[in-house]
Write a protein that binds this ligand. Sequence first.
Ligand SMILES: NC(=O)c1ccc[n+]([C@@H]2O[C@H](COP(=O)([O-])OP(=O)(O)OC[C@H]3O[C@@H](n4cnc5c(N)ncnc54)[C@H](OP(=O)(O)O)[C@@H]3O)[C@@H](O)[C@H]2O)c1
Length: 290
Amino acid sequence: MLKPLVVVTGRSGQLGWEIEQLSQQYSQQFHFLFTSRAELDLSNPASIAPFFERYSPAYFINCAAYTAVDKAEQEQTLAYTINADSVGLIAKHCAEINAVLITISTDYVFDGNGNSPYLTSTATKPINYYGYSKWMGEQLALSNCKKSIVIRTSWVYSTHGNNFVKTMLRLMNDRPSLNVVSDQIGSPTSAADLAATIISIIQSIEKGNAHYGIYQYSNSGVISWYDFAVAIAKEANKKTIVSPIPSTDFPTPAKRPAYSVMDTSGLENDYAIQTIHWLDSLQNCINKLL
Ligand SMILES: NC(=O)c1ccc[n+]([C@@H]2O[C@H](COP(=O)([O-])OP(=O)(O)OC[C@H]3O[C@@H](n4cnc5c(N)ncnc54)[C@H](OP(=O)(O)O)[C@@H]3O)[C@@H](O)[C@H]2O)c1
């Protein structure tokens, strides 16, 4: 029997890379095709139709995105093309061939002023332009393809690529002390755990358990960036003194949410996904990095 083709974009990014590592365990069940911008450039929507003429995936997992949050305030057109227009076009093509689209979104679709976990039904109000472009991508995916799954995530890190955990470890090697914001609260997400979740979802759909729409995924537990940095230092045995500072002491071109915790129960209910506590996943990542 022909194995279902699973296309995964953003091969060089944190999530795409983690899915590629994991995919080796599922090569009996799925045929994976990982793409980088050389095969499919989302800043050039005209490249999308020829891609779908060549490949007819059963699952299209879009991990590619314009992710430079601060730069997006300046490069709005490029961010919109990659995060919204191209996602909408991919969704149209997926609908034409009856493929499932899984595309990743962000906690930045919320304004960050909440004080209890955001539900998928909570009103969105993107906090910055990146968040706006991803929010438009969500809507275009959902309206153009009935078999779309949007997964919002937050504070993503991995052993691969650029992220807070690796930046902290690098700074902790060089500096005796560090200041980290303590008034932004959220939940970290191990890209490896999100990759496993995505594989679980497509396996579940293969077995006939399919649900579409908006979902949210992060590790469980709620912390500040400061708490996260303290835990990184502890787990990696670094002597650096980490001090809490308010966000006003660390201004950024794009606004950041004060509160960005998302309710993840939808994936638990529909796909039996168990979330892993952030500290367990952090320990796992640091063990691999050290
Ligand atoms: N990182 C986070 O904290 C975070 C938080 C919430 C949501 N998310 C979302 O989670 C998803 C995965 O994020 P990530 O952390 O894995 O991102 P990442 O590490 O920044 O990787 C982004 C990927 O997108 C690719 N890409 C960028 N522009 C492209 C283009 N024009 N055409 C094709 N590919 C392009 C990049 O390729 P190059 O290497 O060639 O640039 C890279 O492979 C994204 O949708 C992101 O918006 C991330």
